[in-house]
Design a protein around this ligand. Structure first.
Ligand code: S3P
Length: 180
């Protein structure tokens, strides 16, 4: 399998980080979590950035980071993106430039169950969390769909099964980096 990078997108709790680490082991590509990279560059945690700079500040940092990585021409990586990254059109274009974009598609029920006790995601710290997740997921579907080269249903599957499915799909499609 030849590819510049693999880019995992999907809603919070879809398993991007766990699947990304497994994919890294299977493919030999280096795993990189964009949220962790963003926090490192900012010298602040994501909740701190949201508090000090609002969501807009976080989104601008996210776009700047993705643009930097594309400009630097990083290759040989598996990137796990923050769940909201594909929502900006500019980001979708940049993510496609980064590499093969894979969407881990999950149902709201799966996310609600997985993130029940989560305290690290500012967008979910609200009393109507369950409704917010369902609404946000529905609002974002189109953005995920248009960013994705490959869609994998992540409901009811282990991270290992998802990683295997991705590798098989990429091999079956004989994907080659066209250097686009
Ligand atoms: C966000 C998802 C988070 C993080 C931030 C915003 C979102 O990343 O980027 O809290 O808007 O969906 P994960 O998808 O890794 O949780």
């Amino acid at each position: 399998m030849q590819t510049k990078n693999l880019v995992l997108i999907g809603y919070m709790g879809s398993g991007k980080t766990t699947v990304g680490r497994l994919l890294s082991r299977k493919t030999g590509l280096v795993f990189e979590d964009l949220d962790a990279l963003l926090e490192e560059r900012a010298g602040m945690s994501i909740p701190e950035i949201f508090e000090k700079e609002t969501e807009k500040g976080f989104r601008d940092r996210e776009t700047a980071l993705i643009a930097d990585l594309v400009r630097e021409g990083a290759a040989g990586r598996v990137y796990s993106c923050g769940g909201g990254a594909p929502c900006r059109e500019e980001n979708r274009r940049l993510l496609k430039e980064m590499g093969r974009v894979i969407w881990l598609d999950v149902r709201a029920e799966t996310v609600i169950e997985r993130l029940a006790g989560d305290r690290n995601r500012p967008l979910l710290q609200r009393p109507d969390r369950e409704e917010a997740i369902s609404r946000m997921l529905a609002d974002r579907r189109r953005a995920y769909e248009s960013a994705a080269d490959l869609v994998v249903c992540a409901d009811g599957k282990t991270p290992g099964a998802i990683a295997r499915e991705i590798v098989k799909s990429l091999e079956d499609n004989h994907y080659e980096d066209t250097g686009h």
